[in-house]
Design a protein around this ligand. Sequence first.
Ligand code: SF4
Length: 333
Amino acid sequence: MTMDRPLLEVKALGIHLLTYEGRARTINGVDLSIARGESVALVGETGCGKSVTAKAIMGLLPPNAEVVSGSVSFKGRDLLRLPEPEIRAIRGRQIAMVFQDPSTALNPVFTVGEQLGDVIVWQGAARAYPRRRGGDIRARSIELLRLVRIPDPEGMLNRYPVELSGGMRQRVLIALALAGRPELLIADELGTALDVSVQDQILGELTELVRSQGLSVLYITHNLGVARMVSGRIYVMYGGEIAEVAPTAEMFRMQHHPYSQGLLAAVPRLTGTIGSGIEGRIPDYIAPPPGCRFAPRCFARMEVCDRQPPPVVEIEPGRKVACHLYGGYPGGG
Ligand code: SF4
């Protein structure tokens, strides 16, 4: 039944990046799904492949990227194989991205109203609506600014980005992403450039907005604390692979993968202390470790980890972990 089909389903995605140093095997068999109305977080350190995965979903991979396997299905259609005009009709409209740096993502020479108006007209033209009149555009712009809780939305239309605080600019970017009435939002490190208190406030507001509008969201973040605040399910990514997936509450109750345990240890505590985190660096994607990509950094590493990629094991319904500790090897669980 189509009703049960996830809104977005990434299957066995493999992406190589062609660099001067050689072929980087960056994304290696990623599976990820998002149901309608679900908020999912993709968590991992910088360089672990989160943003490349998001770009593949948005169809914004750089020219040196080569998709070597898998599919990215949105409402049952594989975005990696659709003709360009059909992709364009989906990207930015049914799937929209909230950009992370409000100081650079807005055009400084146009007012907020002009930038919102442009996007609204573009959306209307793309959907072959009758040409919108100026009043319609203004009314829709004000409606969008209200949705993201901008005080005095009428006044905001005439202001330039430079006149706004970082938090207000971030809200305008969210309004721009919502202009096409998307079904799926991708938020890449949302609010990272802002003060922590402003980031918390915006994340809280977005979570409420997402719920009230019935949207689905993929949050990309390096911060498990942020993932806890905004998502119902967490994918932990390491070295271009999914290390562990679990409902958010379960992930915080217990982490099975040694990398998830290390990430959680690095979340700042209320006491102000920061845990020890994880020693070492992300793998070299040109010559990744032949077995488990996390092996060089793993405290629980076994002999098998160096020669064989770990199996993905379903520990309980909805919880999966890619680790030999759970694969039935001697010394494993
Ligand atoms: Fe550690 Fe081995 Fe599990 Fe990889 S497979 S995370 S090296 S125990």
